[in-house]
Write a protein that binds this ligand. Structure first.
Ligand code: BDR
Ligand code: CA
Length: 306
């Protein structure tokens, strides 16, 4: 079993990724850490708890940073995920509460306790991961790998012409992570823009999994409407599920090993760029994907849920 922690800003495709992880037989989910991005950190924590309770998963949630490393706080992307993060689904209070321990410290502790075995999958801005790297020099050595949903090498951006949203919201943190020497995989727009789900796919998910699939189907209506306004896709991108699938099924992705750096200011802020060879460790950048296989896995696994 692969030991996994997801760092998340739920978020509609985050919900899809977390339910996928709940369904996948080869994944042992050890916890969630939360971050701002699609919503505020406070709402992300509430939503993470709600998703775990819906999926009947008894794992901890550790609340993360409320602001980027050095950029000022920003307004979340309500036009993509809705004001409360789950599209038209209204806010609701979870029964449980987050840990008293903050996300970066929880990550440091879990990496130490599961030395060499823990895969970390950040699917929001990288602030918590950068804080853990800055606080503990052993942190990246204790991890097995970090599989990042974020960035774009050849595809252009989705929040600006240059930047992908997760990297854009804390480029300084992303640059710390890409320069950390950890074993890194970047699952960016180069591949996630190829993995699309349509309204018909979500109708099928809801038919097979009325409870949790039904919840995703309700959320997806809002997300699909946003994608219609973008105009260039037939359906919505499975950004965050793709990163979780890359953790367990790396063979479905073609990678190029390159050193990556992040533009941290000006018009290109948040752009992921090739760094000078040898200036930092390589990242396995996903540039190709068997999109059909990833989507099939996603649909088949979600069908296992109630
Ligand atoms: C990423 O940004 C967020 O809107 C999504 O949840 C995903 O993590 C895609 O750019
Ligand atoms: Ca996300």
């Amino acid at each position: 079993m692969m030991k996994l922690i997801i760092d998340t800003d739920p978020g509609i495709d985050d919900a899809m990724a977390i339910f996928y992880a709940a369904a996948a037989p080869e994944i042992s989910l050890l916890g969630l850490t939360t971050i701002f991005g699609n919503v505020t950190t406070e709402i992300a924590t509430r939503n993470a708890l709600r998703l775990l309770e819906a999926a009947d998963l008894q794992v901890p949630v550790a609340e993360g940073a409320r602001v980027p490393l050095s950029l000022p706080p920003f307004k979340p992307s309500a036009q993509v995920h809705g004001a409360q993060g789950f599209g038209d689904i209204p806010a609701a209070e979870p029964k449980g509460a987050p840990l008293a321990e903050e996300a970066a410290d929880f990550l440091i502790r879990m990496a130490r306790e599961h030395k060499g075995e823990l895969v970390l999958c950040p699917i929001g801005p990288l602030t918590n991961i950068a804080l853990a790297i800055q606080r503990d020099p052993e942190f990246v050595k204790n991890l097995k790998r970090i599989v990042i949903m974020g960035g774009s090498l050849e595809e252009g951006g989705n929040i600006t012409p240059h930047a992908e949203a997760n990297i854009y919201h804390d480029p300084d943190a992303a640059d710390v992570v890409f320069g950390s020497g950890a074993e890194l995989v970047m699952v960016g727009l180069d591949v996630t823009h190829q993995i699309l789900c349509t309204k018909a796919d979500f109708t099928a998910i809801a038919a097979q999994s009325p409870e949790l699939g039904g919840m995703l189907q309700s959320m997806s209506e809002f997300y699909l409407r946003f994608y219609e306004t973008v105009g260039k896709f037939d359906g919505c991108s499975l950004h965050d599920p793709a990163a979780v699938i890359a953790c367990s099924h790396p063979q479905l992705f073609q990678v190029k090993k390159l050193p990556i750096r992040v533009s941290c200011s000006g018009e290109t802020s948040g752009e992921t760029l090739m760094a000078e060879k040898g200036s930092r460790g390589d990242t396995s950048v996903c540039l190709g994907v068997d999109a059909k296989a990833v989507k099939t896995l996603f649909l088949e696994r979600l069908a296992l849920l109630p």
